[in-house]
Design a protein around this ligand. Structure first.
Ligand code: FES
Length: 178
């Protein structure tokens, strides 16, 4: 059974009010409210879009247009690590597509999908402003430049290690340790 979504006005009432107070027009608060939803819920569901529309006083379709225009907003849950490979010209000419294919192969998913363990979501995006050091990608909004398949392998290994460290119990609480 899916859990009912608690409204933003319920979970973050003070923050919503604080954001609205920053703008003379409620509609101007649209983008920061969407950021707040994404921070709290990980993505922006249709229910959240309807709620934000109500808060700022516009139509849900207007919120939908904004959410679908900006790639920074997620309409589906994403993995712990969001891998966004640039597919625009400079990167494409210097092997960007090869990087995407390499990641698809290593992760066993296609661009646009999330691994079954929920660790990685892979996407292709337009220019991320690192053209002079192409090919480049973002991982959770941090830029990685001058990439090669070998560098990607090292990065994936590092991210997997980091993820397993975070879920491992603290030293001394592990099974069999005194
Ligand atoms: S073209 Fe890839 S960062 Fe600009």
């Amino acid at each position: 059974m899916t859990q009912a979504r608690a409204g933003l006005r319920e979970t973050c009432r003070a923050e919503v009010e604080e954001i609205l107070a920053r703008y003379p027009e409620r509609r101007s608060a649209l983008l920061p409210l969407l950021h707040l939803v994404q921070r709290e819920e990980g993505y922006i569901s249709e229910a959240a879009m309807r709620e934000v529309a109500e808060i700022v006083g516009c139509r849900p379709v207007d919120v939908f247009d904004v959410v679908t225009f900006y790639t920074v907003y997620h309409r589906q849950p994403v993995g712990k690590y969001l891998l966004e490979v640039c597919r625009t010209l400079s990167c494409a000419l210097l092997g960007g597509r090869k990087l995407t294919r390499h990641l698809e192969e290593r992760l066993g998913i296609q661009a646009g999908e999330t691994t079954a363990d929920g660790l990685f979501t892979l996407r292709e995006v337009e220019c991320i402003g690192a053209c002079s050091n192409a090919p480049a990608m973002l991982i959770n909004n941090r830029i990685y430049e001058n990439l090669t398949p070998e560098k990607l392998d090292a990065i994936l290994e590092q991210l997997r290690a980091e993820a397993s460290e975070r879920v491992a119990p603290p030293e001394g609480e592990r099974q069999g340790l005194p």
